[in-house]
Design a protein around this ligand. Structure first.
Ligand SMILES: Cc1cc2nc3c(=O)[nH]c(=O)nc-3n(C[C@H](O)[C@H](O)[C@H](O)COP(=O)(O)OP(=O)(O)OC[C@H]3O[C@@H](n4cnc5c(N)ncnc54)[C@H](O)[C@@H]3O)c2cc1C
Ligand code: SF4
Length: 599
């Protein structure tokens, strides 16, 4: 009976996992495969990958699939019941100015944001866990790369990540046979790589959670679950049911053939198969409850279908509701013992919120005009990327900012949709009839785009707290966000702009808009890159952090945070692979302590 309700749930769960995205999915998988009884509580509705619109084309969508306030990433984007705003669930921004604004993307569905994320899966490097030791800014993590590396290996093998080992500085290699082979780059990617190389900028195969070939179901289960024959059998069967990528459809629609990573297609099916996982959907958790002994004994939630308050009990509670939402649950869990919220004796819950530094430049390349029509929708491009390459210049003090960025770039011909042929006037001077059609054919596929993804240093002015007045439709107090960039991030964004313009120039093209030289204008608003982390950072000292090296709150022994809230820094690498690796590591720790009857 895997999908249960508040009335049919059991009373003897080992662990409650709040949230079913990357952190929650990984936690449930690891715990259930090793025999723990888990109850997962998910605020969104039940959702299946079979709902994906991957085989539908923009011409059959309203407005040809154009983005709307309800569907900002287009009509067929996999997000349901979410986006930049969630009906009935507001949040407050202390500033509406671009420089101090924070945007919050939420998905209310089983699997959370893993249904439509970009699948870019980069490992943090050794420097990324010890940033303070290197430049005196921000915080070191209480763990190092060597602690997380074995879990990166496991996650890569389980979910299936393509990529290559290049041996570049702070860009870790994976052990042999962890990664799947990378795909063939598009012609636009090759041209970018060739011209970037002339500028000393290396473009190498990207790392994405997409199956370029079938997973090795004979070898991997034994490596992931040694000595656990049942788990190996379940995983082998599940791996065989996943199909390699067809290379023809946009991944943001979700993948009906299970070729990419979504927690609903990779983590939850084997976890459910064990019989150890129960799931309640439409369960909006708002409070961790404590027993008389001061330990967590469960959670209170609103059943969104009936509006009624419900309770679930377990020996251990894991919050994995996404970084800000986990901080919100902690802050709303007030009691006489914990008047400022649970886990908050340090006053650090909600603090040190970070996003990724983002800045973009697009351009048009005459060399790419009039190429033959091709479907280049497959796996969203991203066959190549540029890891941060200017460590020597930074060490020599030539850059004027700390930390680095990587470059995601793309071009090619997607299935034509609402925007096709629009906005060409800057190249054509305008046109209609036959000339317009010729222009569209000539220019379609000749555009390239560069997105910088850089490290933000945590600061005291970027945080969330409970708004004293506003509540959501369930009467749960909401978050208020404060946001501020520093000179480091602004200068980094300006560096991105000039780098991207130089590559476009080296390709013989021109930029679509003037390059921005003011950092505050060049940088995307906080939260808009959707890599928000922090809010319950891990550390070595209970006075300055919320959790220890296992994501276990200092204040409550059996309460763990298994999402991005625990990040003590936010490297340029996209966070989700690290969220999963940490969740697996913390879950192994929980299993060990459950076995020893310490929890
Ligand atoms: C368009 C897009 C592209 C992205 N691309 C990338 C990328 O390429 N690489 C990368 O690393 N990251 C990417 N990300 C970010 C990535 O999606 C997140 O880092 C990741 O999903 C975070 O995992 P999580 O488990 O913490 O949160 P989520 O995946 O958001 O899951 C949290 C779950 O908890 C549920 N929940 C929330 N509150 C409650 C509550 N109170 N009670 C019960 N349940 C609750 C939510 O409904 C949700 O299902 C992208 C995100 C978006 C939106
Ligand atoms: S490109 Fe591949 S991974 Fe992406 S949706 Fe299509 S089949 Fe799935």
């Amino acid at each position: 009976m895997p999908f249960v309700t508040a009335d049919t749930q059991q009373s003897d769960y080992d662990v409650i996992v709040v949230g079913s995205g990357a952190g929650g999915g990984q936690s449930a998988y690891t715990l259930c495969m090793d025999g723990a009884k888990v109850l997962m509580l998910e605020a969104g509705r039940n959702y299946s990958h079979t709902e994906s619109s991957m085989f539908r084309t923009p011409d059959v969508a309203p407005l040809r699939g154009a983005s709307t306030p309800d569907k900002p990433f287009g009509f067929f984007d996999a997000t349901v019941d979410g986006g930049w705003s969630v009906p009935g669930e507001p949040y407050v921004r202390a500033s509406e100015e671009d420089a101090g604004r924070f945007e919050w993307w939420r998905a209310r569905m089983l699997g959370g944001r893993t249904n439509h994320w970009g699948r870019i899966s980069l490992r943090n490097g050794p420097y990324d866990f010890k940033p303070y030791s290197r430049d005196g800014l921000g915080f070191d993590w209480p763990i190092g790369y060597e602690d997380v590396a074995p879990y990166y290996d496991k996650v890569e093998m389980l979910v299936g990540v393509y990529g290559s080992n290049e041996g570049l500085e702070n860009t870790p290699n994976s052990p042999a046979r962890c990664l799947l082979p990378p795909p063939t780059p598009l012609v636009s990617d090759r041209l970018i790589a060739q011209r970037a190389k002339r500028l000393g900028i290396p473009a190498i195969p990207g790392h994405r959670a997409v199956l370029t070939r079938a997973l090795d179901y004979k070898r991997i289960p034994a490596r992931l679950h040694p000595g656990n024959a049942r788990a190996q059998k379940i995983l082998a069967e599940d791996m065989r049911a996943r199909t390699p990528c067809l290379w023809a459809t946009p991944c943001g629609y979700g993948c009906a053939i299970r070729a990419n990573y979504q927690s609903i297609t990779v983590h939850l099916p084997p976890a459910l198969k064990t019989g150890n996982l129960d799931i309640i959907t439409d369960a909006m958790v708002h409070e961790v409850t404590l027993g008389r002994n001061g330990r967590a004994n469960g959670v209170n939630f609103i059943d969104r279908l009936s509006g009624q308050e419900k309770h679930s009990a377990a020996r251990v509670v894991i919050l994995a509701a996404s970084a800000c939402e986990s901080a919100r649950i902690l802050l709303n869990s007030k009691s006489a013992q914990h008047p400022d919220g649970l886990g908050n004796s340090s006053g650090k819950v909600g603090r040190y919120l970070m996003d990724t530094v983002g800045s973009s430049v697009s351009g048009q390349i005459p060399l790419l005009e009039n190429l033959p029509p091709l479907n280049e929708d497959g796996a969203d491009g991203h066959a190549l990327y540029v890891p941060w390459w200017q460590y020597p210049e930074q060490r020599a003090g030539k850059l004027g900012f700390a930390r680095g960025y990587h470059i995601e770039f793309g071009g090619g011909k997607r299935m034509p949709g609402a925007g096709t042929g629009a906005g060409l006037e800057w190249l054509t001077g305008g046109g209609y009839g036959k000339k317009f059609k010729e222009d569209v054919r000539r220019y379609y596929g000749s555009f390239v785009r560069f997105d910088g993804r850089g490290e933000m240093i945590p600061n005291e002015q970027s945080y969330c707290e409970i708004d004293p007045g506003i509540k959501d439709k369930w009467a749960i107090p909401v978050l208020r966000f404060h946001w501020q960039w520093s000179e480091h991030e602004w200068r980094q964004a300006v560096h991105m702009q000039s780098t991207f313009a130089a590559i476009i120039d080296a390709m013989g093209g021109k930029t679509r808009h003037p390059v921005k030289t003011d950092g505050a204008e060049a940088i995307a608003p906080g939260g808009s890159i959707i890599h928000e982390v922090g809010g319950a950072i891990m550390g070595s000292d209970p006075a300055t952090s919320v959790t220890n090296r296992w994501g276990q709150t200092w204040d409550v022994d059996n309460l763990f945070i298994n999402d991005g809230a625990v990040f003590a820094s936010n490297a340029d690498k996209n966070p989700t692979l690290t969220i999963m690796a940490l969740a697996w590591r913390a879950s192994d720790h929980i299993l060990e302590r459950l076995r020893r009857k310490e929890l």
